[in-house]
Design a protein around this ligand. Structure first.
Ligand SMILES: NC(=O)c1ccc[n+]([C@@H]2O[C@H](COP(=O)([O-])OP(=O)(O)OC[C@H]3O[C@@H](n4cnc5c(N)ncnc54)[C@H](OP(=O)(O)O)[C@@H]3O)[C@@H](O)[C@H]2O)c1
Length: 239
């Protein structure tokens, strides 16, 4: 299969790239700094690297990059420094999701392309009644109006729910919501429709598990049929 990954130099995105290459897929990436990859990965003939900031690419270039892709994975996230959080682009994840989805639609693919968005457990699934305590609601309200990256994660997920929906002939989507990210090896993990703990007492989720679940979504038709058009929460299994 051919898969485009964006946010592919990030701590999760690079694991998605590595796992896809290990499984023999053709992987395209759009990255600002290819030098973040090892020489060994860059030599892999199944990896095609486009050096650019995704939002600087033209609509035509994006349409070329998503052409013939079985799946598009976005692991974009704001760099956690003052400029990354408060500077432009404030709608990195949302604008990238919108433009990649438009690029897919423009190509009129015969089979729907899978669009997999890395999101967060802090974003509510509008399809489910996900109860939140008063403290959580207050905290999320504050985050929404003070931290642009949180709002960006919300509007990126909204785009998939409201603008793409479930009836597109060209796109099927899944918005993966990790709990608190940690760096650890692949291990047993759980997938739930909604958060099982409060967002303030979240369970750790290893980035390798997030990557592994995204690869399962791409490769396994049953896993895809279970989770498409949903916002699964992923967390490491309790020991
Ligand atoms: N931290 C947590 O506990 C947590 C929990 C749940 C969900 N999340 C969400 O998970 C997502 C990914 O997390 P992560 O830790 O894997 O991300 P990360 O390591 O920070 O990687 C972010 C990626 O986005 C790219 N990027 C940042 N700004 C960009 C820009 N202006 N233009 C183009 N590319 C840009 C980075 O490229 P460069 O390498 O070039 O900078 C990098 O590839 C985020 O949306 C985050 O909100 C985080």
């Amino acid at each position: 299969m051919t898969i485009l990954v964006v946010g592919a130099t990030g701590m999760t995105g690079r694991l998605v790239v590595e796992q896809l290459l290990e499984k023999g897929h053709e992987v395209r990436v759009i990255v600002r700094s290819p030098d973040k990859y090892s020489a060994e990965i860059l030599k892999n003939p199944s990896l095609a690297v486009v050096e650019a900031a995704i939002l600087d690419l033209s609509d035509e270039a994006l349409a070329d990059l998503v052409a013939d892709c079985h799946a598009v994975v976005s692991c974009l996230g704001h760099v956690m420094d003052f400029r990354g959080v408060f500077g432009k682009p404030r709608r990195l994840c949302t604008d990238a999701a919108q433009r990649l989805c438009s690029a897919i639609e423009k190509n009129n693919p015969r089979e729907p392309t899978k669009f997999i968005l890395m999101n967060t457990v802090g974003v509510k699934n509008p399809q489910c009644d996900e109860p939140r305590t008063w403290i959580e609601r207050g905290l999320l309200f504050l985050l929404r109006y003070t931290l642009p990256p949180h709002k960006d994660n919300e509007t990126a997920a909204e785009h998939l729910h409201e603008n793409i929906g479930k009836n597109s002939h060209h796109i099927e989507w899944c918005s993966v919501r990790p709990d608190s990210l940690i760096d650890a090896e692949i291990s047993p993990y759980e997938i739930e429709k909604s958060p099982v703990t409060g967002i303030l007492s979240g369970r750790p989720t290893s980035r390798a598990n997030v990557a592994s679940f995204m690869v399962e979504l791409i490769e396994n038709v049953n896993v895809w049929s279970d989770w498409k058009f949903q916002m699964p929460v992923i967390m490491n299994a309790e020991e």
